[in-house]
Each structure stands twice: as C-alpha cells, then as structure tokens.
Design a binder for this molecule. Structure first.
Ligand SMILES: [Zn+2]
Ligand SMILES: [Zn+2]
Length: 457
C-alpha cells in the first residue's frame, strides 16, 4: 500500500494525495493553491500514470481541496468522483466562480495558462460525480455495501468544518485508513462538531492546520460570540457601520447565524446586512440543505430570515458605508479585486467605521497587513493603487473552522493508529504534532511525506 504526496510544497496549498491500495488508485482531494497562478497552482498530477485513477474523493468544497478537480477528471475520465451532497452543491458554485476569476486573471495579470478549465469542463466533470451519504459503505463502483471483500471500500464521516465536509474511511488489503480532510471537533455556531471513527483505524492521515496556534483556555465559542455581539453594539454606538471580511464559503454562513441570533434576541432588530453575490449563492445551498445532520438549527433559512442585501461588484465602489449596517463581504483576506478589498479602501480612513476580522489572515495579505497596522499607518491594499491610512476601529475574533491542535491531538491519542501521516499544515504546525505524537504515542510511526514523495503505508 503506497501514499504519494502530490502537493508541491509543505504548506496548505493545492492539497492532493494518491493512495494505492489493493491494486487500485484513489486520489484524495484535488485542490488549487490560493496564492499561486497557472499550472503552479495545481497539484503535481504528472506523478499519476495517466488513465490509472479508479476513484477520486473530495472531502469538501474549499478551493484548496476541490479547485483543480476538472483538470484531473479531464485526463482520468474512467474514474468516479465521490463527495457528499453538500460538497456537490457548493463545489459546483465554487468551480464556476473559479472559471470567472481565472478569466479575469488571464486578462488583468496576463496568466496565459488560464482558464485551466471552462464552464463546460465543469459540466463534463459533474457527469462523473457520485454523491454519497455519510455513514454508508460503498465500493469504488459506487455500489452500496462491502462488495466482495477484496475491492477497497469508502465511507464518509461528518467533519464539522463546513457544510458537506467529510473525512473518509478507506478499507482494503485487510486494513483501514482514515483521511480527516479539514476537521473541527468543536461545534461552531452553525456547524456541528465532527463525528469521526473512534477505533479500528490502522493509518490516520491528518490535517495539522492549527499546530502552531496554542489553545487559549479562556476563549470559548460562546465567550467569543458574546464579545463579537458587544463589539457590534459598541460600533453602532460610535455612529458607524461594521465591516467583516469573510470567506464566501463557511465564514459567511457562520457570521449570518451569529447575526440571526442577535436579531432573535432583540439586539439587532432591523439592522441591514449586506453580502456579495457568491456568498448569496452558497448561503442558498446551506438553506437547501438545512436538514443536513452536519449542521444545527434545521429550521433556519438564512436568506429568508436575514434577507441580506446583495452588493454587486459595481455598487461596492459607490455605495455609502452609512451607519448601523453590517457589511459581511468576501474575500476573508481582502485579496486584490475582491469586494472586501474595494470596500475597505473606502472605510479604512474613517474613524467612525469599524472593521472586524473573524478568521485567519495570511500576514502578507491585505487583511494581514491591516491587522498588523497601528492607527495612522498607511497600508497598501492594492499595489496598483495609492496606500490608504488606517483610521477606522479594528478588532479581531477567533472563529476558526479548524479544530484546535489540542483537540486534534487528543483524537489521535485516543485512536492509537499504527501509523500517522501529517499533511495540510505549515512546517512549524507539522513540527508541533510530530514532536507531541512521538512523545505521547511511542508505538506509532509518524510520517511527514515530502512533496512529490511516495511512502509505503
Ligand atoms: Zn477547508
Ligand atoms: Zn484546507
């Protein structure tokens, strides 16, 4: 049994891994790197002998896990793609949006390799997709049941990260391998905690995103929600609006749910909420799957209850910031040419306005620069435009969609697999897990597969 790391660097980028088991080739995730451009943004699919993939598993619809799927399905047309219904719905929206982004980058940044696939290419890829429910064993042909006992089987488990996110249990050669994908063992405001296998796993392939972030004991989801609500009320009392840069997928729906709770309790009775077009489409998918057992509040229809206004790419330049409004705009890192980047350019110099960060921001991203800046600093939000002075009120909140490293470690310790493969993390994050696991699970072999390398499981 072998495992090939198809990523190009040890980091959270274009996640993709090849698992060779019982003579079958299974690809785990097909990501696209959020910062690279062109083919460098895709996994190194050249390491897979062409035409040999039997199945592709997509754990969730974030770009770093699904973004290059149409590239792989174009050359591996015999394969079936397994994902949950949530990932199917959201993945389709994300991929079509990605084509539009690539077309724009081809024009603006002269990336001649773009687009890596087209809207028609997504339609073709979709014909290979086979949605599967959690908790059901199926074969690589998509047939339910354990099959003949020789062919490998797959089974999804809720991962608690975003709607439809799943870890996958692979059985074959008399062994079990569990790939976590991105996981959260703590309940978020909308998503419920992961529900992963508790025993019988021989090899654990585990994400390590927050390995470099020590747990702060005093912060809980509830206390952070309260602090967030109080900060919004204080911002309104100062006479301004609140801007929240959010990822369109995941964080937007969590923030909308927090705002709904405030509205329900009477704290935000008639506050207008503005979101972008992509966020609206994805929130529609969350509403369509409100009964999904990976989310709470099965009656909550966010678009109906919150009735957010949709701010278009044209309006964002001229629309006034006003007062007592909430602008939850993507992207979360305020990347150039996104709604939040355009919008923050307008509110950053205004001391009456407030800017709240609710997730991780790369220190090099515009959001990372604003977070690190002091009042009065001039910040480059877009290298093609003049810098902007930071005068607005800035605050940060911790609403991660990833498990704390301590909880993830506890999971690995209780599972006691024979082997653990560490993926999806920056080198310091992986190093923390490697050290802790070596000390606390001396009988378990811990492996960090180098990019492009093959390891025997
Ligand atoms: Zn993710
Ligand atoms: Zn990820």
């Amino acid at each position: 049994m072998e495992f090939v790391n198809l990523t190009r660097r040890t980091e959270i980028g274009a996640n993709s891994y090849l698992l060779q088991i019982a003579g079958r080739n299974i690809v785990l995730d097909c990501g696209m790197h959020p910062k690279e451009r062109g083919l460098a943004a895709t996994p190194d699919y050249a390491r897979i002998p062409q035409g040999t993939v039997n199945a592709i598993v997509i754990t969730h619809a974030h770009q770093d896990h699904i973004g290059s799927l149409p590239v792989l399905t174009r050359s591996e047309q015999q394969a079936l793609v397994f994902l949950t219904e949530g990932t199917r719905r959201i993945g389709e929206i994300m991929l079509h949006n990605s084509v539009n982004v690539m077309m724009r980058q081809r024009e603006d940044d002269n990336v001649l390799e773009y687009p890596l696939f087209t809207h028609r290419g997504i339609e073709f890829s979709r014909s290979m997709w086979r949605p599967a429910p959690v908790g059901v064993t199926f074969t690589l042909d998509g047939e339910r049941g354990a099959g003949d006992g020789v062919e490998p089987t797959l089974e999804f488990y809720n991962a608690g990260h975003i709607l439809g996110s799943a870890g996958v249990l692979i059985r074959g050669e008399g062994r079990t391998i569990f790939y976590t994908g991105d996981v959260n063992f703590e309940s978020q405001t909308l998503m419920r905690a992961a529900d992963f296998p508790t025993e019988g796993v021989d090899v654990l392939i585990m994400e390590t995103t927050r390995g470099d972030a020590p747990l702060s004991e005093e912060i809980t989801r509830q206390s952070e929600e309260r602090r967030f609500a109080d900060a919004i009320l204080a911002a309104f009392a100062r006479g301004g609006s609140v801007t929240i840069p959010v990822f369109a997928l995941g964080k937007t729906q969590e923030v909308l749910t927090m705002l709904w709770k405030m509205r329900k309790s009477g704290e935000l009775a008639h506050t207008p909420v503005y979101i972008g077009g992509l966020s609206t489409k994805i929130t529609g998918a969350y509403d369509a799957l409100a009964q999904n057992n990976d989310r709470s509040l099965p009656e909550l229809m966010l678009l109906h209850e919150m009735a957010p206004y949709v701010l278009s790419g044209n309006e964002v330049h001229t629309f006034p910031a006003r007062k007592h409004c909430i602008f939850a705009l993507s992207s979360g890192m305020m990347t150039e040419n996104t709604l939040s980047n355009f919008w923050v350019r307008k509110i950053l110099p205004d001391p009456q306005q407030s800017l709240f960060f609710v997730g991780y921001a790369d220190p090099e991203s515009p959001a990372g620069k604003v977070k690190a800046a002091k009042p009065g600093d001039r910040i480059v939000l877009d290298p093609d435009l003049p810098p902007v002075e930071r005068r607005c009120h800035v605050d940060s909140f911790n609403f991660s969609a990833h498990s704390t490293r301590e909880t993830l470690l506890r999971y690995a310790l209780s599972l006691r697999p024979k082997k653990i493969v560490l993926v999806h993390g920056d080198p310091p994050a992986i190093a923390w897990f490697r050290k802790e696991l070596a000390a606390q699970l001396p009988d378990t072999e811990v492996v960090v597969p180098d990019p492009g390398c093959t390891i025997t499981l």
